[in-house]
Design a binder for this molecule. Structure first.
Ligand SMILES: Nc1ncnc2c1ncn2[C@@H]1O[C@H](COP(=O)(O)OP(=O)(O)O)[C@@H](O)[C@H]1O
Ligand SMILES: [Mg+2]
Length: 285
């Protein structure tokens, strides 16, 4: 499902006080089945962007199109209901919102909220828990008996159980150990590849941007300052420094090597594999 934002402006209304614009004239088209990483400093508006796509934060001006649905429009209640059936939003630290007595009840909550009956919801829960790489025996356990990484996966399973076409994720791997981080990201990447799920991932982790995303949006002070191919982003070395963005390790190593050895590799390398291939190609190893 495609996401299209047209000239979106948004702010948080605090009683009579309006905050400064947290999104300022944001226009973006994210094609169906794409994997877009959203990066930028804290306060840039990344989380707000996800909230606008899910209709939690209503734009002050502009239009949001999710598939064939558009808001603001004539019947926003109904439109947002339809959109939320198709969009899964995973907040930061989603495990903090788990409250059911058992893992199964927690995962069943979403599907039942969208009209599934208990036996059907239980089947969906079993499928979802497998999809996040957990053993279905955990379904009968209390969420509070699980490890942090397992709880994070249960929260993700709860969103997957609603069978979304679009998955919006706000730093889904934050706070996990490096192994857990990579596992979560590779699961998300697989859903994108195998099920054609449109993924929008807010992250600070440039390794996962390099490895998993095909496009990247850079935000700064509520504005989109870059939207394009991941490789194009990491070739703009000076701009990246100005945006306070890191380089993935392989790319940093490539630049250092090119500078010190006075060579130029044939392309921008984003991973260790790509760097190895490029070095072999120019006969340096
Ligand atoms: N619930 C809120 N009420 C008021 N202001 C908020 C709220 N949430 C975020 N903001 C403000 O909106 C701006 C953008 O925040 P956010 O979208 O969370 O940025 P990011 O996710 O990039 O860190 C920040 O200045 C932040 O202080
Ligand atoms: Mg945020």
């Amino acid at each position: 499902m495609q996401i299209k934002l047209e000239h979106i402006t948004a702010d948080y209304i605090l009683g009579p006080i309006h905050s400064p614009k947290v999104l300022n004239d944001v226009s973006l088209t994210l094609p169906s089945g794409s994997f877009t990483a959203v990066v930028g400093p804290t306060g840039a508006g990344k989380s707000s962007l996800l909230k606008v796509i899910d209709g939690i934060l209503m734009p002050g001006s502009g239009r949001v199109h999710v598939g064939s649905f558009t808001f603001p429009g004539d019947n926003d209640r109904q439109t947002l209901k339809e959109i939320r059936k198709r969009v899964g939003l995973v907040f930061q630290f989603p495990e903090s919102q788990i409250f059911a007595e058992t893992v199964e009840k927690d995962i069943c909550f979403g599907p039942m909220n969208f009209g599934a009956r208990l036996p059907e919801a239980k089947k969906i829960a079993e499928k979802a828990i497998r999809q996040v790489g957990l053993d279905p025996v955990l379904l009968r356990k209390s969420p509070f008996s699980l490890s942090g990484g397992q709880r994070r996966r249960v929260a993700l399973a709860g969103v997957l159980a609603t069978e979304p076409d679009i998955l919006l994720l706000d730093e889904p791997a934050a706070g996990l150990d490096p192994h857990g981080q990579r596992e979560i990201l590779s699961l998300i990447s697989r859903w994108n590849h195998e099920q054609g799920m449109t993924v929008v991932l807010v992250t600070h982790d440039m390794e996962s941007v390099a490895r998993d995303a095909d496009a990247v949006v850079v935000m700064e002070k509520g504005e989109v300052v870059f939207h394009g191919d991941v490789r194009a982003l990491f070739s703009r070395t000076e701009q990246l420094a100005a945006w306070h963005l890191d380089l993935p390790d392989a790319r940093r190593f490539q630049l250092e090597l090119e500078r010190r050895a006075g060579i130029k590799l044939p392309r921008v390398c984003l991973t260790a594999d790509e760097l190895t291939d490029a070095l072999i190609e120019v006969g340096r190893v």
